[in-house]
Ligand binder design. Structure first.
Ligand SMILES: Cc1ncc(COP(=O)(O)O)c(C=O)c1O
Length: 449
Protein backbone atom coordinates (compact mmCIF):
# COMPACT_ATOMS: atom_id res chain seq x y z
CA UNK A 1 0.00 0.00 0.00
CA UNK A 2 2.74 2.44 0.92
CA UNK A 3 4.23 2.23 -2.56
CA UNK A 4 0.98 3.13 -4.25
CA UNK A 5 0.61 5.97 -1.82
CA UNK A 6 4.15 7.17 -2.43
CA UNK A 7 3.30 7.59 -6.05
CA UNK A 8 -0.07 9.11 -5.29
CA UNK A 9 1.13 11.80 -2.90
CA UNK A 10 2.24 14.41 -5.40
CA UNK A 11 5.74 15.82 -5.19
CA UNK A 12 5.15 19.59 -5.36
CA UNK A 13 8.26 20.07 -7.49
CA UNK A 14 7.20 17.59 -10.12
CA UNK A 15 3.57 17.05 -11.11
CA UNK A 16 2.96 14.54 -13.85
CA UNK A 17 0.04 15.30 -16.18
CA UNK A 18 -1.73 12.36 -14.62
CA UNK A 19 -1.38 13.83 -11.16
CA UNK A 20 -2.67 17.14 -12.40
CA UNK A 21 -5.71 15.37 -13.84
CA UNK A 22 -6.33 13.64 -10.52
CA UNK A 23 -6.38 16.94 -8.69
CA UNK A 24 -9.75 17.98 -7.29
CA UNK A 25 -11.49 20.82 -9.14
CA UNK A 26 -10.56 24.28 -8.03
CA UNK A 27 -11.96 25.35 -4.70
CA UNK A 28 -9.43 28.20 -4.54
CA UNK A 29 -8.08 29.50 -7.81
CA UNK A 30 -5.04 31.77 -7.56
CA UNK A 31 -5.58 34.65 -9.96
CA UNK A 32 -3.60 37.72 -10.95
CA UNK A 33 -5.02 40.82 -9.30
CA UNK A 34 -3.10 43.97 -8.56
CA UNK A 35 -3.01 44.91 -4.91
CA UNK A 36 -4.60 41.77 -3.47
CA UNK A 37 -2.82 39.60 -0.93
CA UNK A 38 -1.75 36.10 -1.94
CA UNK A 39 -4.42 34.77 0.36
CA UNK A 40 -7.14 36.81 -1.30
CA UNK A 41 -5.88 35.78 -4.73
CA UNK A 42 -5.94 32.12 -3.72
CA UNK A 43 -9.52 32.45 -2.52
CA UNK A 44 -10.81 34.14 -5.69
CA UNK A 45 -13.05 32.67 -8.32
CA UNK A 46 -16.51 31.24 -8.13
CA UNK A 47 -16.93 28.63 -5.43
CA UNK A 48 -18.82 25.41 -5.95
CA UNK A 49 -21.41 26.57 -3.45
CA UNK A 50 -22.09 29.76 -5.40
CA UNK A 51 -22.36 27.81 -8.68
CA UNK A 52 -24.93 25.48 -7.15
CA UNK A 53 -26.82 28.35 -5.53
CA UNK A 54 -26.94 30.18 -8.88
CA UNK A 55 -28.36 27.05 -10.56
CA UNK A 56 -30.98 26.69 -7.85
CA UNK A 57 -32.05 30.32 -8.21
CA UNK A 58 -32.12 30.14 -11.99
CA UNK A 59 -34.28 26.99 -11.86
CA UNK A 60 -36.62 27.30 -8.87
CA UNK A 61 -38.57 24.30 -10.18
CA UNK A 62 -35.57 21.99 -9.54
CA UNK A 63 -35.65 19.50 -6.69
CA UNK A 64 -32.45 20.37 -4.90
CA UNK A 65 -30.83 17.36 -3.30
CA UNK A 66 -27.69 19.50 -3.17
CA UNK A 67 -28.13 22.01 -0.36
CA UNK A 68 -26.92 20.77 3.02
CA UNK A 69 -29.63 22.84 4.74
CA UNK A 70 -31.72 21.65 7.65
CA UNK A 71 -35.49 21.35 7.26
CA UNK A 72 -37.06 24.81 7.64
CA UNK A 73 -40.34 23.26 8.80
CA UNK A 74 -38.55 21.84 11.84
CA UNK A 75 -36.73 24.96 13.00
CA UNK A 76 -37.41 25.67 16.70
CA UNK A 77 -39.64 28.74 16.33
CA UNK A 78 -41.76 28.18 19.48
CA UNK A 79 -38.77 27.31 21.61
CA UNK A 80 -36.94 30.44 20.50
CA UNK A 81 -40.00 32.61 21.08
CA UNK A 82 -40.09 31.44 24.69
CA UNK A 83 -36.33 31.69 25.21
CA UNK A 84 -36.17 35.19 23.70
CA UNK A 85 -39.17 36.32 25.75
CA UNK A 86 -37.59 35.04 28.95
CA UNK A 87 -34.24 36.75 28.29
CA UNK A 88 -35.78 40.08 27.26
CA UNK A 89 -38.34 40.11 30.08
CA UNK A 90 -35.56 40.35 32.63
CA UNK A 91 -34.15 43.88 32.20
CA UNK A 92 -30.71 43.22 33.70
CA UNK A 93 -30.23 40.01 31.75
CA UNK A 94 -31.58 41.59 28.57
CA UNK A 95 -29.08 44.46 28.77
CA UNK A 96 -26.21 42.06 29.44
CA UNK A 97 -27.25 39.91 26.47
CA UNK A 98 -27.48 42.93 24.17
CA UNK A 99 -23.99 44.09 25.18
CA UNK A 100 -20.66 42.73 23.86
CA UNK A 101 -19.59 39.52 25.58
CA UNK A 102 -16.19 37.92 26.11
CA UNK A 103 -13.92 36.47 23.43
CA UNK A 104 -14.16 32.92 24.82
CA UNK A 105 -17.95 33.09 24.99
CA UNK A 106 -20.89 33.23 27.39
CA UNK A 107 -19.90 31.28 30.53
CA UNK A 108 -23.23 29.48 31.18
CA UNK A 109 -23.27 28.20 27.58
CA UNK A 110 -19.65 27.05 27.79
CA UNK A 111 -20.57 25.22 30.99
CA UNK A 112 -23.61 23.58 29.33
CA UNK A 113 -21.46 22.40 26.40
CA UNK A 114 -18.77 21.11 28.77
CA UNK A 115 -21.28 19.18 30.90
CA UNK A 116 -23.03 17.72 27.88
CA UNK A 117 -19.78 16.53 26.32
CA UNK A 118 -18.80 14.71 29.52
CA UNK A 119 -22.23 13.05 29.77
CA UNK A 120 -22.19 12.05 26.08
CA UNK A 121 -18.73 10.51 26.44
CA UNK A 122 -19.48 8.98 29.85
CA UNK A 123 -16.49 10.64 31.50
CA UNK A 124 -15.68 12.87 34.42
CA UNK A 125 -13.70 16.03 33.75
CA UNK A 126 -10.63 14.30 35.23
CA UNK A 127 -11.02 11.24 32.98
CA UNK A 128 -11.47 13.53 29.99
CA UNK A 129 -8.42 15.59 30.94
CA UNK A 130 -10.52 18.72 30.35
CA UNK A 131 -11.26 22.01 32.06
CA UNK A 132 -13.89 24.60 31.20
CA UNK A 133 -11.17 26.93 29.93
CA UNK A 134 -10.72 24.64 26.93
CA UNK A 135 -14.20 25.42 25.57
CA UNK A 136 -14.39 28.38 23.20
CA UNK A 137 -17.62 29.56 21.54
CA UNK A 138 -17.51 30.61 17.88
CA UNK A 139 -19.94 31.84 15.21
CA UNK A 140 -20.62 28.35 13.91
CA UNK A 141 -18.05 25.57 13.82
CA UNK A 142 -16.83 26.80 10.46
CA UNK A 143 -15.34 29.80 12.24
CA UNK A 144 -13.61 27.51 14.72
CA UNK A 145 -12.20 25.44 11.85
CA UNK A 146 -11.01 28.65 10.22
CA UNK A 147 -9.26 29.80 13.38
CA UNK A 148 -7.65 26.39 13.79
CA UNK A 149 -6.35 26.66 10.21
CA UNK A 150 -4.99 30.11 10.94
CA UNK A 151 -3.15 29.11 14.09
CA UNK A 152 -1.70 25.85 12.74
CA UNK A 153 -0.96 26.34 9.07
CA UNK A 154 1.70 28.12 7.08
CA UNK A 155 1.83 27.87 3.28
CA UNK A 156 2.87 24.36 2.16
CA UNK A 157 1.93 22.80 5.48
CA UNK A 158 -0.17 19.68 5.14
CA UNK A 159 -3.45 18.44 6.61
CA UNK A 160 -4.32 14.79 6.08
CA UNK A 161 -8.04 14.59 5.34
CA UNK A 162 -10.39 11.66 4.97
CA UNK A 163 -11.17 11.31 1.26
CA UNK A 164 -13.84 12.54 0.70
CA UNK A 165 -14.16 15.37 3.27
CA UNK A 166 -16.28 18.45 4.10
CA UNK A 167 -15.36 20.62 1.14
CA UNK A 168 -15.64 23.99 2.85
CA UNK A 169 -12.85 23.07 5.26
CA UNK A 170 -10.75 21.77 2.37
CA UNK A 171 -11.21 25.22 0.81
CA UNK A 172 -10.19 26.97 4.04
CA UNK A 173 -6.97 24.94 4.26
CA UNK A 174 -6.15 25.59 0.62
CA UNK A 175 -6.94 29.31 0.89
CA UNK A 176 -4.26 29.49 3.58
CA UNK A 177 -1.76 28.10 1.05
CA UNK A 178 -1.60 24.76 2.85
CA UNK A 179 -2.11 21.40 1.18
CA UNK A 180 -4.89 18.85 1.68
CA UNK A 181 -3.68 15.27 1.31
CA UNK A 182 -6.42 12.65 1.08
CA UNK A 183 -6.39 9.43 3.05
CA UNK A 184 -8.47 6.41 2.09
CA UNK A 185 -11.76 6.04 3.97
CA UNK A 186 -14.17 3.07 3.82
CA UNK A 187 -17.49 2.19 5.43
CA UNK A 188 -15.80 2.44 8.87
CA UNK A 189 -14.36 5.87 8.19
CA UNK A 190 -10.77 6.93 7.63
CA UNK A 191 -8.42 3.92 7.57
CA UNK A 192 -5.74 4.16 10.31
CA UNK A 193 -3.27 2.01 8.33
CA UNK A 194 -3.70 4.37 5.38
CA UNK A 195 -2.91 7.36 7.63
CA UNK A 196 0.35 5.65 8.65
CA UNK A 197 1.13 4.76 5.03
CA UNK A 198 0.50 8.32 3.88
CA UNK A 199 2.78 9.67 6.60
CA UNK A 200 5.46 7.18 5.52
CA UNK A 201 5.07 8.27 1.89
CA UNK A 202 5.39 11.93 2.86
CA UNK A 203 8.45 11.06 4.96
CA UNK A 204 10.10 9.59 1.86
CA UNK A 205 9.44 12.86 0.06
CA UNK A 206 10.94 14.84 2.93
CA UNK A 207 7.53 16.44 3.63
CA UNK A 208 6.52 14.66 6.85
CA UNK A 209 7.64 17.67 8.88
CA UNK A 210 4.99 19.76 7.09
CA UNK A 211 2.10 17.63 8.31
CA UNK A 212 0.28 19.48 11.09
CA UNK A 213 -3.03 17.73 11.53
CA UNK A 214 -5.48 15.03 10.52
CA UNK A 215 -9.08 16.09 9.82
CA UNK A 216 -12.01 13.72 10.32
CA UNK A 217 -15.79 14.14 10.64
CA UNK A 218 -16.32 11.36 13.15
CA UNK A 219 -20.14 11.03 13.01
CA UNK A 220 -22.20 10.79 9.77
CA UNK A 221 -19.65 12.50 7.61
CA UNK A 222 -20.42 15.23 5.14
CA UNK A 223 -20.40 13.97 2.38
CA UNK A 224 -20.04 10.21 2.87
CA UNK A 225 -22.51 9.67 5.74
CA UNK A 226 -19.96 7.31 7.33
CA UNK A 227 -19.02 7.29 11.05
CA UNK A 228 -15.60 6.28 12.32
CA UNK A 229 -15.97 2.80 13.85
CA UNK A 230 -15.40 2.13 17.58
CA UNK A 231 -12.21 0.23 16.88
CA UNK A 232 -10.69 2.97 14.78
CA UNK A 233 -11.38 5.82 17.21
CA UNK A 234 -8.61 5.14 19.76
CA UNK A 235 -6.27 4.05 16.94
CA UNK A 236 -6.56 7.45 15.22
CA UNK A 237 -5.89 9.37 18.43
CA UNK A 238 -2.89 7.15 19.06
CA UNK A 239 -1.45 7.76 15.58
CA UNK A 240 -1.89 11.53 15.88
CA UNK A 241 -0.28 11.58 19.35
CA UNK A 242 2.67 9.38 18.27
CA UNK A 243 3.41 11.58 15.28
CA UNK A 244 2.98 14.83 17.21
CA UNK A 245 -0.03 15.87 15.09
CA UNK A 246 -3.34 17.43 16.04
CA UNK A 247 -6.44 15.42 15.27
CA UNK A 248 -9.25 17.77 14.22
CA UNK A 249 -12.52 16.02 15.06
CA UNK A 250 -15.60 17.59 13.45
CA UNK A 251 -18.75 16.53 15.33
CA UNK A 252 -21.25 18.67 13.39
CA UNK A 253 -23.73 15.78 13.02
CA UNK A 254 -23.24 13.87 16.28
CA UNK A 255 -26.77 14.53 17.56
CA UNK A 256 -28.43 13.50 14.28
CA UNK A 257 -28.35 9.75 14.85
CA UNK A 258 -31.34 7.72 13.58
CA UNK A 259 -30.11 4.17 14.29
CA UNK A 260 -27.90 2.52 16.90
CA UNK A 261 -26.15 3.95 19.96
CA UNK A 262 -23.93 6.99 20.25
CA UNK A 263 -20.18 6.30 20.23
CA UNK A 264 -17.60 8.00 22.43
CA UNK A 265 -15.95 10.87 20.59
CA UNK A 266 -12.36 10.74 19.37
CA UNK A 267 -11.74 13.43 21.99
CA UNK A 268 -12.64 11.03 24.79
CA UNK A 269 -9.58 8.91 23.94
CA UNK A 270 -7.25 11.88 24.31
CA UNK A 271 -6.59 11.46 28.03
CA UNK A 272 -3.80 14.05 27.98
CA UNK A 273 -6.14 16.59 26.36
CA UNK A 274 -3.40 17.80 24.02
CA UNK A 275 -4.06 16.03 20.71
CA UNK A 276 -7.72 16.34 19.69
CA UNK A 277 -9.34 19.59 18.58
CA UNK A 278 -13.10 19.10 18.58
CA UNK A 279 -15.35 21.35 16.49
CA UNK A 280 -19.06 21.30 17.35
CA UNK A 281 -22.14 23.25 16.28
CA UNK A 282 -25.84 23.79 17.00
CA UNK A 283 -26.43 24.57 13.30
CA UNK A 284 -27.57 21.05 12.43
CA UNK A 285 -29.15 19.96 15.70
CA UNK A 286 -30.98 23.25 16.41
CA UNK A 287 -30.69 26.25 14.08
CA UNK A 288 -28.08 27.49 11.62
CA UNK A 289 -29.58 30.99 11.88
CA UNK A 290 -28.39 31.18 15.50
CA UNK A 291 -24.96 30.14 14.20
CA UNK A 292 -23.41 29.12 17.47
CA UNK A 293 -20.57 26.63 17.39
CA UNK A 294 -17.72 25.74 19.69
CA UNK A 295 -14.29 24.25 20.00
CA UNK A 296 -12.86 21.93 22.63
CA UNK A 297 -9.20 22.81 22.38
CA UNK A 298 -5.93 21.37 23.60
CA UNK A 299 -4.71 23.70 26.37
CA UNK A 300 -1.84 25.10 24.31
CA UNK A 301 -4.18 26.17 21.50
CA UNK A 302 -6.65 28.11 23.66
CA UNK A 303 -4.47 31.25 23.78
CA UNK A 304 -3.60 31.28 20.06
CA UNK A 305 -7.22 30.68 18.98
CA UNK A 306 -8.50 33.40 21.34
CA UNK A 307 -5.85 35.77 19.96
CA UNK A 308 -7.13 35.14 16.41
CA UNK A 309 -10.70 35.54 17.52
CA UNK A 310 -9.74 38.70 19.40
CA UNK A 311 -8.57 40.20 16.12
CA UNK A 312 -11.60 38.98 14.21
CA UNK A 313 -14.57 39.84 16.42
CA UNK A 314 -13.53 39.69 20.12
CA UNK A 315 -16.44 37.35 20.77
CA UNK A 316 -19.36 35.86 18.87
CA UNK A 317 -22.89 37.35 19.12
CA UNK A 318 -23.58 37.49 22.84
CA UNK A 319 -27.35 37.59 22.37
CA UNK A 320 -27.38 34.33 20.40
CA UNK A 321 -25.21 32.62 23.00
CA UNK A 322 -27.48 33.81 25.80
CA UNK A 323 -30.50 32.41 23.94
CA UNK A 324 -28.79 29.05 23.44
CA UNK A 325 -27.96 28.91 27.17
CA UNK A 326 -31.60 29.70 27.93
CA UNK A 327 -32.70 26.82 25.67
CA UNK A 328 -30.56 24.48 27.78
CA UNK A 329 -31.73 26.03 31.06
CA UNK A 330 -35.34 25.30 29.98
CA UNK A 331 -34.42 21.69 29.05
CA UNK A 332 -35.78 22.41 25.58
CA UNK A 333 -32.80 21.17 23.54
CA UNK A 334 -33.04 17.39 23.94
CA UNK A 335 -36.78 17.12 23.19
CA UNK A 336 -36.16 19.18 20.04
CA UNK A 337 -33.34 16.88 18.93
CA UNK A 338 -35.53 13.84 19.60
CA UNK A 339 -38.25 15.25 17.32
CA UNK A 340 -35.66 16.06 14.66
CA UNK A 341 -34.32 12.52 14.75
CA UNK A 342 -37.77 11.05 14.20
CA UNK A 343 -38.35 13.44 11.33
CA UNK A 344 -35.04 12.95 9.55
CA UNK A 345 -35.15 9.18 10.05
CA UNK A 346 -38.20 9.10 7.81
CA UNK A 347 -36.47 11.22 5.19
CA UNK A 348 -33.32 9.13 5.27
CA UNK A 349 -35.41 5.99 4.83
CA UNK A 350 -37.29 7.61 1.95
CA UNK A 351 -33.95 8.46 0.30
CA UNK A 352 -32.54 4.96 0.81
CA UNK A 353 -35.73 3.30 -0.44
CA UNK A 354 -35.67 5.47 -3.55
CA UNK A 355 -32.01 4.61 -4.12
CA UNK A 356 -32.89 0.90 -3.82
CA UNK A 357 -35.82 1.21 -6.18
CA UNK A 358 -34.44 3.51 -8.89
CA UNK A 359 -30.64 3.59 -8.70
CA UNK A 360 -29.41 0.20 -7.51
CA UNK A 361 -30.92 -1.58 -10.53
CA UNK A 362 -28.48 0.45 -12.65
CA UNK A 363 -25.28 -1.57 -13.12
CA UNK A 364 -22.36 -0.37 -11.02
CA UNK A 365 -24.28 1.98 -8.69
CA UNK A 366 -23.23 1.63 -5.03
CA UNK A 367 -24.46 3.32 -1.87
CA UNK A 368 -23.72 2.73 1.82
CA UNK A 369 -26.63 3.22 4.23
CA UNK A 370 -25.82 5.94 6.77
CA UNK A 371 -27.12 5.73 10.35
CA UNK A 372 -27.59 9.48 10.70
CA UNK A 373 -26.66 12.92 9.35
CA UNK A 374 -28.12 14.54 6.26
CA UNK A 375 -26.38 12.83 3.34
CA UNK A 376 -26.41 9.82 1.09
CA UNK A 377 -23.23 9.16 -0.87
CA UNK A 378 -23.41 7.45 -4.24
CA UNK A 379 -20.79 5.83 -6.42
CA UNK A 380 -21.77 5.46 -10.03
CA UNK A 381 -19.97 3.37 -12.65
CA UNK A 382 -16.38 4.64 -13.13
CA UNK A 383 -17.20 5.77 -16.65
CA UNK A 384 -19.74 8.36 -15.51
CA UNK A 385 -18.33 11.80 -14.80
CA UNK A 386 -20.65 13.45 -12.29
CA UNK A 387 -18.75 16.78 -12.28
CA UNK A 388 -20.17 20.25 -12.96
CA UNK A 389 -18.57 20.11 -16.40
CA UNK A 390 -19.53 16.49 -17.07
CA UNK A 391 -22.50 15.17 -19.10
CA UNK A 392 -24.60 13.95 -16.17
CA UNK A 393 -24.90 17.23 -14.29
CA UNK A 394 -26.71 19.08 -17.10
CA UNK A 395 -28.94 16.10 -17.84
CA UNK A 396 -29.87 15.90 -14.16
CA UNK A 397 -30.82 19.60 -14.26
CA UNK A 398 -32.90 18.93 -17.39
CA UNK A 399 -34.63 16.08 -15.52
CA UNK A 400 -35.29 18.46 -12.64
CA UNK A 401 -32.80 17.52 -9.94
CA UNK A 402 -29.68 19.09 -8.49
CA UNK A 403 -26.90 17.22 -6.66
CA UNK A 404 -23.42 17.98 -5.35
CA UNK A 405 -20.73 16.45 -7.57
CA UNK A 406 -18.55 14.35 -5.28
CA UNK A 407 -15.35 15.57 -6.98
CA UNK A 408 -15.44 18.81 -4.97
CA UNK A 409 -15.09 16.84 -1.73
CA UNK A 410 -11.67 15.40 -2.55
CA UNK A 411 -8.39 16.67 -1.16
CA UNK A 412 -5.73 17.94 -3.57
CA UNK A 413 -3.40 14.95 -3.34
CA UNK A 414 -3.16 11.43 -2.07
CA UNK A 415 -6.30 9.66 -3.21
CA UNK A 416 -7.67 9.80 -6.74
CA UNK A 417 -10.66 12.11 -7.09
CA UNK A 418 -13.92 10.15 -7.19
CA UNK A 419 -15.25 11.71 -10.38
CA UNK A 420 -18.11 9.21 -10.40
CA UNK A 421 -19.46 10.18 -6.97
CA UNK A 422 -22.49 12.19 -5.85
CA UNK A 423 -23.67 13.68 -2.55
CA UNK A 424 -27.43 13.75 -2.06
CA UNK A 425 -28.90 15.71 0.87
CA UNK A 426 -32.25 14.72 2.29
CA UNK A 427 -32.54 17.64 4.73
CA UNK A 428 -34.83 20.13 3.02
CA UNK A 429 -37.08 18.11 0.69
CA UNK A 430 -40.25 16.24 1.63
CA UNK A 431 -40.18 12.42 1.43
CA UNK A 432 -42.17 12.67 -1.80
CA UNK A 433 -39.74 15.14 -3.40
CA UNK A 434 -36.76 13.07 -2.29
CA UNK A 435 -38.30 10.09 -4.09
CA UNK A 436 -39.06 12.17 -7.20
CA UNK A 437 -35.55 13.66 -7.15
CA UNK A 438 -33.85 10.26 -6.95
CA UNK A 439 -36.13 8.94 -9.71
CA UNK A 440 -35.16 11.92 -11.91
CA UNK A 441 -31.49 11.27 -11.24
CA UNK A 442 -31.94 7.65 -12.31
CA UNK A 443 -33.58 8.87 -15.55
CA UNK A 444 -30.64 11.21 -16.17
CA UNK A 445 -28.13 8.39 -15.65
CA UNK A 446 -30.03 6.07 -17.99
CA UNK A 447 -30.03 8.76 -20.64
CA UNK A 448 -26.22 8.52 -20.76
CA UNK A 449 -26.38 5.00 -22.21
C1 LIG B 1 -18.95 18.65 8.54
C2 LIG B 1 -19.33 20.08 8.79
N1 LIG B 1 -18.60 20.80 9.64
C3 LIG B 1 -18.89 22.08 9.90
C4 LIG B 1 -19.96 22.71 9.30
C5 LIG B 1 -20.19 24.17 9.61
O1 LIG B 1 -21.36 24.44 10.22
P1 LIG B 1 -21.61 25.79 11.03
O2 LIG B 1 -20.51 26.74 10.67
O3 LIG B 1 -22.94 26.27 10.63
O4 LIG B 1 -21.51 25.41 12.46
C6 LIG B 1 -20.74 22.01 8.38
C7 LIG B 1 -21.85 22.67 7.66
O5 LIG B 1 -22.43 22.17 6.75
C8 LIG B 1 -20.42 20.65 8.13
O6 LIG B 1 -21.13 19.92 7.26
Amino acid sequence: MSETLTTMVADPAEKSPDQVKRTAPSRCRETQSRGLSQRARRAQGETVVSTLMAKTLAHPELISLAAGFVDATRLPVETMLKATGAVLADGKRARAALQYGTTAGYAPLRQAIFDRLLVADGQTAEQAGLTLGQIVITSGSNQLLHHVGEVLLDPDDIVLCAAPSYFVFLGIIESLGAVTVGVEADEQGIVPEAVEATLAALEKQGRAGRVKAIYVTSYFDNPSGVSVSSRRRPALVDIAARHGLYLIEDVAYRELRYRGDDLPSLRSFDAGGDTVIQAGTFSKSFSPGIRVGWGVLPRELVGPVLAQKGHLDFGSANFNQTLMAEVFARDAFDPHVQRLRDHYREKMNAALQAVDEFLRPIDGVRCESPAGGLYVWLRLPETIDTGLEGPLFDRAVEEGVLYVPGEVCYPREGVPVGRNTIRLSFGIQSCESIRDGVKSLARAIRRLD
